[in-house]
Design a protein around this ligand. Structure first.
Ligand SMILES: *Cc1c(COP(=O)(O)O)cnc(C)c1O
Length: 428
């Protein structure tokens, strides 16, 4: 972490010295599309990547750069690229690695939208995905083939509260010579730092806890800077001459920043999934309180999950912070500060009781989002996971009687009281 700062210091200061032009203490919103070149030679050097600087805001912008530096510091990465959404981050992360006929081996336990993106949409690029249960490391080894270019998982997974044993998966990725990509949206770097556990790349939906108040759609890719892109010959975008930059070889020219530079100079330039400076500014403000918020999120989640588990109207609770969870030991070892603040429970009474409960909650907002300071509820099977087959729904922990909670930072007693009154109606 920069200057050996602690997490909360870096969350406020990393990447954001006072504005060099004005001394402004908060990071200004650089609402500009373009930047004036010093002269024709300067412009030519910038375009040829011989000198780094601002050209056009589809590629780089000072407000977005400040956020990139802060996110890289919090995740312990060499560099970061911010982009328009979490889903954009996933495409951007895979883009330098994949090509027609190549595949990614991904966990079965993922955000529903990611399962759809990987199993359907990326086929249009000629990319493929195979899904495996990452608790079974032999299944992971068996799924990987000559065309595999990455392994993908979520640290804490949406919606089931499942936790991935990142050190174990990273070890296998290392044996196989493949980059491990970890979606760290639900854990945030406050609960888990995947790069320290061996991950190559981290992706985020900044939309969630990182901004933390439901105001922004954004994403990020963080590069550990540690993967040898040239060793296997499997990553030609990084290890072979790039025709669009006069034969420049990214890995040779930029070393441990090759992936980051490629993602800006080719990824953002040509895919155009850029984050706007206003979104970067809001996200910077949100991150200032990340540590304080996450501490309360997980403390509240633990209290609410424990209360639900004891209630006779509840069939089961998935939270990995409960000693009854099959993942409790992994959670304590890999996520010692808490198992996140998102979990599901099944209500006795099936589908009808589940949807009635959602309708009767007053303090919880019924929305398709998570990681907000306010508590949120959704019935995953009929919404976020509705495009999946029944088999995929159950594998992802989103059966018909399952309700998902994203626990906010309100008073836990008020959340419990709200659940209590809604459960009374739903199970009457
Ligand atoms: C929300 C979410 C995404 C997608 O992020 P968007 O910002 O909505 O595009 C990806 N992964 C996880 C775990 C998420 O919760």
């Amino acid at each position: 972490m920069s200057e050996n700062w602690g997490f909360d210091t870096a969350a406020i200061h990393a990447g954001t010295a006072p504005d060099p032009a004005t001394g402004a203490r908060q990071v200004p919103i650089y609402q500009t599309t373009a930047y004036v070149f010093k002269d024709a030679a300067h412009a030519a050097r910038l375009f040829g990547l011989q000198e780094l600087g601002y050209i056009y805001s589809r590629l780089t912008n000072p407000t977005v750069s400040a956020l990139q530096a802060r996110v890289a510091a919090l995740e312990g990465g060499a560099g970061a690229i911010c982009c328009a959404s979490g889903h954009a981050a996933q495409i951007l992360a895979l883009f330098p690695l994949m090509g027609p006929g190549r595949n990614v081996v991904a966990s079965t336990r993922l955000y529903g939208g990611t399962i759809t993106q990987f199993s359907q949409t990326i086929k249009r690029f000629g990319w493929g995905a195979k899904f495996v249960d990452l608790d079974d490391l032999d299944a992971l080894r068996a799924a990987v083939d000559e065309d595999t270019r990455a392994i993908f998982c979520e640290s804490i997974s949406n919606p089931g509260g499942y936790v991935t044993d990142i050190p174990a998966v990273a070890k296998v990725a290392d044996e196989l010579g493949l980059p491990l990509i970890v979606d760290n949206t639900l854990a945030t770097p406050w609960l888990c730092r995947p790069i320290e556990m061996g991950a190559t790349l981290v992706v985020h939906s900044l939309t969630k806890y990182m901004t933390g108040n439901g105001t922004v759609t954004g994403g990020a890719v963080i590069d550990s800077g540690r993967f040898d892109w040239s060793a296997s010959g499997k990553f030609p975008s990084l290890s072979e001459p790039e025709p669009a930059y006069h034969g420049l070889v990214f890995h040779e020219a930029f070393g441990n920043l090759a992936y980051t530079f490629h993602s800006i100079a080719i990824g953002l330039r040509d895919l155009g999934m850029t984050m706007n400076p206003q979104a970067a500014h809001y996200t910077l403000l949100g991150i200032e309180t990340l540590g304080l918020r996450m501490e309360r999120h997980v403390a509240n989640a633990q209290k609410v999950a424990e209360w639900l588990e004891k209630d006779p109207r509840i069939a089961s609770v998935t939270y990995a912070g409960l000693s009854s969870s099959p993942w409790n030991a992994t959670a304590q070892r890999v996520y010692p500060k808490g198992a996140g603040a998102l979990f599901t429970f099944s209500i006795k009474g099936g589908y009808d009781a589940a949807v009635t409960l959602v309708d009767e909650l007053k303090l919880f907002s019924h929305v398709a989002n998570l990681g907000d300071s306010r508590s949120l509820v959704i019935h995953s099977a009929s919404t976020t996971h509705s495009q999946l087959t029944d088999e995929q729904k159950t594998a992802a922990g989103a059966g018909p009687d399952v309700v998902r909670l994203s626990i906010g930072i309100e008073d836990a007693a008020d959340l419990i009281a709200d659940l209590d009154q809604a459960l009374a109606i739903a199970t009457a």
